[in-house]
Design a protein around this ligand. Sequence first.
Ligand code: FES
Length: 148
Amino acid sequence: MSLDDLYKETILDHYQHPRNRGQLDDPDVATRGHNPLCGDEILLSLKLGDGVIDDIAHGGRGCSISQASASMMSEGVKGQPIETAESLGAAFREMMVGSGATDGLDGNEDLEALQGVKKFPVRVKCALLPWAALEEAIETWRKAPGRS
Ligand code: FES
């Protein structure tokens, strides 16, 4: 199997069998990521006890890339300290729109599969959509009254 085929298969698997799909009851923070170019959206809900992403769920509707990316992201950050999730997000951006390096992804092969999308620049925004929603969710949580 070529690397391209492997990438496609991984993306398709997450699209068809999304991990952590749904909505959490009583989340600590919830956000909506929106791609104005197409109208697609990602709804994120998170449980953030003690600075750790105890639980995360994603919903909404969107293209296969945005949905697969949300599934991969949720798996990558669930159970991780917020700072680790942020580092992973930064590393993902580095791969997608920076130098292209993948070393910051810590061997997360599913996330690496999305680099195949870079051949289609318009779809890069789709892959980044869930991560932008996560960044917003974390920022909202940090700014909540009583925190800091
Ligand atoms: Fe809308 Fe991909 S085409 S997020």
